[in-house]
Design a protein around this ligand. Structure first.
Ligand SMILES: [Zn+2]
Length: 248
């Protein structure tokens, strides 16, 4: 029962996260703006906004203009639902659970925004840093300096890359994201995370170029690879017996 409640709550939060990841990069009104169809711009009614169910009932199309609705909506809603089930399953102290949820949501919005618009919203980096900072204060008060130095080191590394490539390879958003991930994971896990990010990012880049979907000059958003690497490193660090870094 608890799992079902956590999942349903997660899907509702997830539909809001989808809105955030579409509107933050476009600097649109986030809280008060009503949801509308991307094609015909008509405002959606409440029964068209039920997470997952509306998408399935309407066959993935807008009820009025029959335009295709993005697959992003049910996917983000599902992922948030599953994420919330996994987080609440850990029976962490309420404040810790809340911080992990905020961190999870921030990273999910960053992933979608970066994939779709190649923009990492500052507000989501800030909310992630606040959540990671709170987790540090709650659990690792004796070693927080190490995490802060890890964050600065990761950000400095990406800043150098950004300056060396003159903004063609990395963006400033990647620098800020590196700070957030460094603060969350600390040393040495941040190194593992970034290593995995470069490995998967480079592999994907080569595959896309070979498949002729991209050229050497096109920029592939790197944020999702950093977050994927961080999530993998976090799971691995949990295996190593460090409780609070639980992501999944
Ligand atoms: Zn429409």
């Amino acid at each position: 029962m608890d799992r079902i409640v956590a999942f349903l709550f997660g899907t509702i939060v997830g539909s809001f996260l989808s809105v955030l990841s579409d509107r933050l990069p476009r600097h649109e009104q986030v809280v008060w703006g009503r949801s509308y169809c991307d094609h015909c711009k008509k405002l959606l009614r409440w029964y068209e906004l039920v997470p997952i169910a509306s998408y399935l009932v309407q066959g993935g199309r807008c009820r009025r203009c029959k335009g295709k609705l993005s697959f992003q909506y049910p996917v983000v809603e599902c992922m948030t639902g599953i994420g919330f089930v996994l987080i609440t399953q850990k029976f962490l102290p309420p404040l810790v659970s809340l911080c992990v949820m905020v961190l999870f949501c921030s990273l999910l919005v960053i992933t979608v925004s970066d994939m779709k618009y190649k923009i990492i919203p500052d507000s989501m980096v800030v909310s992630g840093i606040v959540a990671a900072g709170f987790l540090l204060l709650i659990n690792n008060s004796s070693t927080y300096a190490l995490y802060f130095v890890s964050a600065l080191g990761a950000a400095a590394f990406f800043l150098i890359l950004w300056m060396a490539t003159r903004g063609c390879g990395m963006g400033l958003g990647d620098v800020k994201l590196a700070f957030l991930l460094g603060l969350w994971l600390g040393f040495p896990y941040i190194v593992i995370a970034l290593y995995l990010a470069f490995l998967t990012g480079a592999t994907t880049g080569v595959i896309l170029i070979l498949a002729q979907k991209k050229t050497l000059k096109s920029r592939i958003p790197f944020g999702p690879f950093m977050i994927l690497g961080a999530a993998t490193a976090a799971i691995w660090s949990t295996q190593a017996g460090i409780l609070w870094r639980i992501f999944l």
